[in-house]
Design a protein around this ligand. Structure first.
Ligand code: GDP
Length: 473
């Protein structure tokens, strides 16, 4: 790990297609780094201005002209010039807008590579923006999240993070930690004289306050994760209850194999369902029963694991049969074993049960659960079910205002580590331990918080973050 180094020098020139592959009206190829004005000069002629030189162009200027390779004309393009440090990467940048055909774009890119650019690695433009101090690591990650957001709320959260709200919170916290740490280290310098620059009572209060700040952020991860990754929803129930049929009905397509033979969903299937603002990750599990075949046994084991990780369990009961006592005890068992997950009971096959209303009533009374009457096969009751699912998520959600959501596992883990270090520091302060040990714990808390924003740079973390980006970003 090292403190972030703000680059002053421009790095080697890179080029990449910035727009999606495939035919479109327009495409953008961008280049960034040392010497790009000379490279561009060799392949571009500004229309009506033979004397034009990129090196003399002002920033934020668009120039219309033609681009050439050794064979001749490639395309008419607009070259948009950004001068360092006023660009995304803080280096000299040119964006060429050309026609959007895949062959045209490839030619434009190729001639820039032939003239001295290197093809950019995934996320390299954003990585440079980070390394040159244009954005912090949180903002860089938010750009990736914004591009990949699948729901409105995930998109909004990413935009807020990109604007730096979480960064500011973390930076303030870091400064306060740094302050306490500096005072302790000063004490170490004066250790002969037995002085305290911050009374232990004050230090304890400050650390407790910082820990509380951390706790709020850590707690927000539950909501953040739901937003970003979707609500992990498991459809469980005995074989033949209608789980696969329900999954298909919810998704509106034939995805899971539906069959009359119990136990056909051997493994689990995961599909995304976007309902209003929320994304549900639906998992259809193998039927829960004593498995007699080896492979099915594995399926059942995985079902239980999926259930234990779920945010929401949809337990499906076939109410066309007479005896529901076994099902009642299983639902109660779920309630006891998985308190973190929320349970909805789907009373399926209402079309076959003449006494459906009575059975629904009985299930409600006996289990205290939300019970939705369904006919998965006929697609009845789906609206009611979706409504129940959405209102449970709303309850899970109602913890935080969206401005300070932690959405990434990386951030969550770093925050947990920082909080553990503060716990250790607090224990040391309370038990009257030496300054050196306390300072050590505060330093490690500082490193963990710094890792999130990128104040403390860890190459491995950078690689992990940027390899998920596409080339050209
Ligand atoms: P799973 O083992 O729980 O996944 O159950 P399936 O979805 O494979 O369904 C088992 C059988 O029940 C199939 O023949 C379905 O067509 C049938 N089925 C599922 N839901 C309903 C329903 O609401 N009404 C009726 N009549 N049949 C259903």
């Amino acid at each position: 790990m090292s403190e972030q180094n703000v680059h002053k020098e421009q790095s080697e020139p890179i080029a990449a297609i910035a727009t999606p592959v495939g035919a479109g009206a327009l495409a953008v190829v961008r280049i960034s780094g040392r010497g790009i004005f000379d490279i561009a000069q060799r392949v571009f002629r500004k229309t009506g201005d033979p004397e034009f030189r990129f090196s003399r162009s002002k920033g934020y200027r668009a120039h219309f002209g033609t681009m050439y390779d050794r064979e001749g004309l490639i395309d008419e393009v607009i070259a948009l010039v950004f001068r360092a440090p006023n660009s995304f990467t803080m280096e000299d940048v040119i964006e060429f807008s050309c026609h959007g055909g895949p062959v045209v774009v490839r030619h434009v890119l190729q001639v820039l590579l032939d003239e001295g650019c290197r093809l950019a690695e995934p996320g390299e433009f954003t990585r440079r923006a980070f390394l040159n101090g244009r954005i912090d690591l949180l903002q860089a990650e938010a750009i990736g999240e914004m591009i990949h957001a699948r729901t409105e709320s995930a998109f909004r959260t990413a935009v807020t993070q990109m604007q730096g709200t979480l960064s500011v919170r973390l930076e303030t916290m870091r400064e306060r930690l740094l302050q306490s740490c500096a005072l302790l280290e000063l004490e170490l310098d004066f250790s002969e004289e037995d002085v305290e620059f911050q009374s232990r009572g004050e230090l304890e209060r400050e650390l407790a306050a910082l820990k509380e700040e951390l706790r709020k952020l850590i707690d927000s991860y539950r909501q953040g994760r739901l937003l970003k990754e979707g609500v992990a929803t498991v459809i469980a129930g005995k074989p033949n209850a209608g789980k696969s049929t329900l999954l298909n009905a919810l998704l509106g397509e034939e995805r899971a194999i539906v069959s009359h033979m119990p136990g056909t969903t051997r493994d689990y299937i995961e599909e995304c369902l976007i309902h209003e603002k929320t994304m549900f990750r639906l998992t259809d599990t193998a039927g829960l029963r004593e498995a007699d075949e080896e492979i099915e046994h594995e399926g059942v084991r995985r079902s239980y694991r999926k259930i234990s990780e779920a945010d929401l369990i949809l337990y499906l009961v076939d109410i066309s049969g007479d005896d529901l006592s076994g099902e009642l005890s299983r639902i109660r068992q779920f309630h006891e074993e998985y308190p973190a997950a929320r349970l909805i009971v789907g009373a399926n096959k209402t079309d076959l049960a003449g006494d459906a209303p009575e059975k629904l009533q009985m299930l409600r009374q006996e289990t205290g659960c939300e019970v939705c009457g369904l006919s998965a096969a006929k697609g009845e009751g789906l609206d009611g079910l979706l409504h129940a699912m959405a209102s449970i998520v709303e309850r899970l959600d109602k913890i935080h205002d969206a401005s300070v959501l932690v959405t990434s596992l990386r951030h969550y883990e770093a925050l947990r580590n920082a909080s553990d270090s503060l716990d250790n520091a607090l224990l040391l302060v309370k038990s009257g331990e030496g300054t050196e040990l306390i300072a050590f714990e505060l330093r490690s808390a500082l490193d963990y918080v710094g890792e999130i924003t990128g104040k403390v740079v860890n190459e491995e973390i950078l690689n992990l973050i940027f390899e998920r980006f596409c080339i050209g970003k």
